[in-house]
Design a protein around this ligand. Sequence first.
Ligand SMILES: [Zn+2]
Length: 299
Amino acid sequence: MLDRRSFIGGVAALPFAPRVAHAFSMGDAELITISDGSIALPISLPKDKPGEELAALTSRFGISEGDAPARPLNVTLWRNGDRTVLVDAGSGTQFLPTAGELFENLDAAGVAPEDITDVVFTHGHPDHLWGILDDFDEIAFPNAALHMGQAELDYWMDPATVESLPENRQMFAVGATRRLEAMVDNLSTFNDGDEVVPGLTAVATPGHTPGHVSFLAEKGGTSAMILGDAVVNAHLNFARPGWLSGGDQNPELAAQTRVGLLAELAKTEMLAIGFHLPGNGIGRVETDQDGYMFVAEDA
Ligand SMILES: [Zn+2]
C-alpha cells in the first residue's frame, strides 16, 4: 500500500506546479495526475427514488437538479521503466474553453509530447479522446503507440452509433470517428484482462460507454485503479452506486459496474483515481452509512 512518505516524495519530484499535478511512487514506477482544466457536469437526480432519502442526500451533498458544477479533468500519467504512458489524451482545444490545459501542465511537469511512448484510452468521449489531435489535425504525441479497447473502438466506428445518440451528443460520435480514423496507423486494440503496457491491466467497466475500461496499475507490491468515468461524481455515485446516473450511456449497466467496483475498492483499500473526482482525482473508497464515500488524498 502507498504511504504518506512516498506520496510526499512523489510531489517533491515534480519541479513545478504541484497544484495541477499530483504524483505517487509505486515501487520504481510513478503515477501522476495532470489537470486538463475543468468541465461543467450537469446534475440529474434519479426520478424513481424515495423522496425523503433523496432529499437527505441532496442536502448532505449540497446538490440540486440542473446544477452544473465545474469538475476536474484529471489525466493520469504512468511512468514505468522506459515507458511514459498517458491514460486518455484530454480534450484538446476544440471541445470546451475550460479544457485543453494538458499540454502546458505536462510541460510544467517536465514532460514533452515527444516523450509519451503510449496512450491508452478508457473510452471515446470528447474529454478523453479529442486531445489526441493537435490544432493541425496531427497526432499530438508523435512517438506514441495508441491503445483502445476493442469493444469501445467497434462502438465508435459503427456508423449506426451516431443515430442512436440523443441529438446533443451526436457530435461525440462524429468527433470520435474522425479522430479514430486519423489514429489508425498507430492504433492497436486490447481486451478485458490484457496487460496493455507494462504494469497497466485493462479491467472492463462497461455502462458509461459500451466498451469503457478502467486500468489496474501494479508495481512494487502496490496497486491503484485508474477508474476513468466508471465513477463520475463524488456524491451519489458513491453514496448510492446502484442508482442510475445521468451521464452514463447505459445507466443500468453502469450502476451494476459501480456496485461491484466500489465494493472491491473498499475491500482492498486500493488507491483509486477518477477522471472527474476531486483532489486531483486521487483517493480511496471507504464504506459510509449505507454506501461509500470518496476520501481524497490531498497534498
Ligand atoms: Zn465519459
